[in-house]
Ligand binder design. Structure first.
Ligand SMILES: NC(=O)c1ccc[n+]([C@@H]2O[C@H](COP(=O)([O-])OP(=O)(O)OC[C@H]3O[C@@H](n4cnc5c(N)ncnc54)[C@H](OP(=O)(O)O)[C@@H]3O)[C@@H](O)[C@H]2O)c1
Length: 167
């Protein structure tokens, strides 16, 4: 398998501290046997990523992050400095789709949909961000792929950055 993400389950509402040494050591063993090519971590804290990186290379981190939920801002920048991909889950808000008059206003001005703007914002947030929006609709899939072509100006980015502060 190209990448296996170890999903940590310590907290009910997001990442919670606790050692992940035993689980990462097991995955590293599978990697040495050639069964797993790359290892990622999901729903983790900064300390857990540091612990994991002492055991093996960590190629990606998958945590909750989007325009309105930005707990990982500093972590994303730190991972970018280490060449580690950041894969936001719930990039469109998941079970509570993103809703914001700022987002809708920007989308209308750009002739795009709010979800496209939300994805374009993530892509421009940092070069290490990789997107995995979920959809059951081919139309939405096409829309989401087209978001990669949408360029947001510095002014628009500033405006969108206000969404999290208002949330
Ligand atoms: N590591 C973890 O703990 C964890 C936790 C949660 C999720 N994930 C992963 O993260 C990925 C994304 O999660 P997710 O799908 O739950 O959340 P999401 O991508 O934030 O949101 C998906 C929702 O957005 C809607 N949507 C998608 N594209 C749209 C568009 N262009 N316009 C309007 N609505 C649109 C979808 O409805 P339609 O079906 O109608 O398009 C669906 O309701 C998945 O691969 C999932 O497995 C990982």
């Amino acid at each position: 398998m190209d990448v296996v993400n170890l999903r940590i389950m310590f907290g009910m509402h997001g990442p919670a501290e606790g050692s992940i040494e035993a689980q990462v050591t097991k995955l590293a063993e599978l990697q040495r046997k050639g069964l797993v090519r790359n290892i990622g971590l999901s729903n983790v804290t900064r300390a857990q990523i540091q612990e994991g990186r002492k055991i093996c290379d960590i190629v990606c981190v998958q945590n909750q992050y989007n325009l309105a939920h930005r707990d990982d801002d500093a972590l994303i920048d730190e991972l970018a400095r280490h060449g580690i991909a950041y894969v936001p889950f719930f990039p469109l808000g998941g079970f509570s789709p993103l809703q914001s008059s700022t987002l809708s206003g920007v989308a209308e001005r750009l002739g795009a949909t709010p979800m496209q703007v939300a994805l374009a914002w993530l892509l421009q947030r940092s070069p290490n961000v990789l997107l995995i929006p979920g959809t059951s609709s081919v139309g939405h899939l096409r829309e989401n792929l087209a978001a990669a072509e949408l360029e947001l100006s510095a002014d628009v980015l500033r405006e969108l950055n206000g969404v999290a502060k208002a949330a």
